[in-house]
Design a protein around this ligand. Structure first.
Ligand SMILES: Nc1ncnc2c1ncn2[C@@H]1O[C@H](COP(=O)(O)OP(=O)(O)O)[C@@H](O)[C@H]1O
Ligand SMILES: C[C@@](O)(CCOP(=O)(O)OP(=O)(O)O)CC(=O)O
Length: 338
């Protein structure tokens, strides 16, 4: 096997945030071409090595049981290796040298494109290819999702789905907490249907572009989720917005997409504590509303990102720059062959 080079996308939530953290509720997500670049070469001997940025090298022998150190910066990688090992066994798979280069950070910190999900998916995808495991894409998602959930302990796993499938997806989150309580083996978990889970790939409208508006103020999603209780009506209304947005994408109907995303944004602003719409995000929201652009805050809010969709050269980027946001067009990552 020669050198293997793999691009792992980043993700952006487009609609359905917070509601999707409760099993069976919905979100719309896109995979974007700003993520991780992997290069993998075969290595002599029993030990494999992973390099990533400034972290000390991770050296391990896949024939020995992988240990997960939950407080280590390598925790997501450990967890992905261990989950895969629990599925395929400790056999004598060829050793490798893997280098991970990240495009998901800026000098101000993380960009909110889902680096922990990307790294979990990256390990599964890289070893699936290198060891020619031929894992179906749903199995890849389930393995990365288990690995990610066992470290983070919360979240909808929509980021893992978007990064695994590429393109744009309409997602219903699985009842992962319920599944984990059963303490099943990884092979049993992979084999069974996951209650509530649905991942439906959609087409990205040909002449629409996605623009990321980054606040460069990283936010902590785990803190945003802690202790949050939302009324039942929030979930119903959010799902309605996601369904409307999903249909608008399928019909390439920009105005309907704008209406659905606006309704979702207004719902989130009304339901969440005021700092959800940080000063920069408030300027962003006011600017795109003023220009009748489809878009909203992406993800948990309290910082991180907004996004908007364009069909031509709408020029709001300079206005947003004055408010402290920088805009970048992000191409949608290709969808994985199912
Ligand atoms: N390039 C990378 N190599 C190894 N681990 C990474 C890399 N990028 C992110 N991670 C893991 O993901 C964690 C960041 O997760 P988190 O703060 O939830 O950010 P995000 O919201 O981007 O997923 C890091 O502490 C590290 O464990
Ligand atoms: C609140 C959420 O629905 C969306 C959070 O989206 P972000 O894009 O903010 O996520 P991170 O990159 O992990 O910080 C939580 C979830 O669905 O897991």
């Amino acid at each position: 096997m020669n050198k293997l080079e793999i691009d792992i996308p980043g993700k952006l939530f487009l609609a359905g945030e917070y509601a999707v953290t409760k099993a069976g509720n919905q979100a719309l997500l896109a995979a974007v071409q700003k993520g991780l670049k992997l290069s993998l070469i075969p290595k002599e001997g029993d030990q494999s090595r992973i390099k990533s940025g400034k972290l000390p090298d991770l050296i391990f022998d896949f024939q020995q049981e992988i240990t997960v150190e939950t407080t280590s910066p390598w925790s997501y990688v450990h967890s992905a290796l261990k989950t895969l090992q629990s599925y395929i066994g400790q056999g004598s798979y060829p050793s490798f040298d893997l280098k991970i280069e990240s495009q998901m950070v800026s000098p101000q910190g993380k960009l909110g494109l889902g680096s922990s999900a990307a790294v979990s998916v990256a390990i599964i995808k890289a070893l699936n290819q290198f060891w020619q495991l031929k894992l179906p894409v749903l199995t890849q998602y389930k393995l990365a999702a288990i690995a990610h959930y066992r470290i983070q302990g919360s979240g909808s796993l929509g980021d893992v789905a978007a990064i695994t499938y590429g393109g744009i997806i309409h997602y219903h989150s699985p009842a992962i907490a319920e599944l984990e309580e059963k303490r099943l083996s990884v092979p049993d978990l992979i084999q069974m249907d996951w209650p509530d889970l649905s991942i439906k790939p959609l087409h990205w409208p040909a002449n629409w572009q996605l623009i990321l508006a980054a606040t460069h103020q990283p936010a902590d999603t785990k803190t945003a989720l802690a202790g949050l209780i939302l009324p039942a009506s929030f979930y119903q209304k959010s799902n309605h917005c996601v369904e409307a947005a999903s249909l608008a994408f399928q019909n390439q109907d920009y105005d309907k997409a704008r209406q659905a995303l606006t309704a979702n944004q207004e719902l989130l602003i009304a339901a969440l504590p005021a700092p959800y719409l940080s000063e920069r995000l408030a300027s962003f929201w006011e600017t795109i509303q003023g220009q009748h652009l489809a878009g909203k805050v992406s993800g948990a809010g309290f910082g991180d990102n907004g996004y908007y969709l364009t069909r031509s050269q709408e020029k709001v980027d300079s206005q947003l720059k004055i408010c402290g946001l920088t805009c970048t067009q992000l191409p949608i990552a290709p969808a994985t062959n199912l």
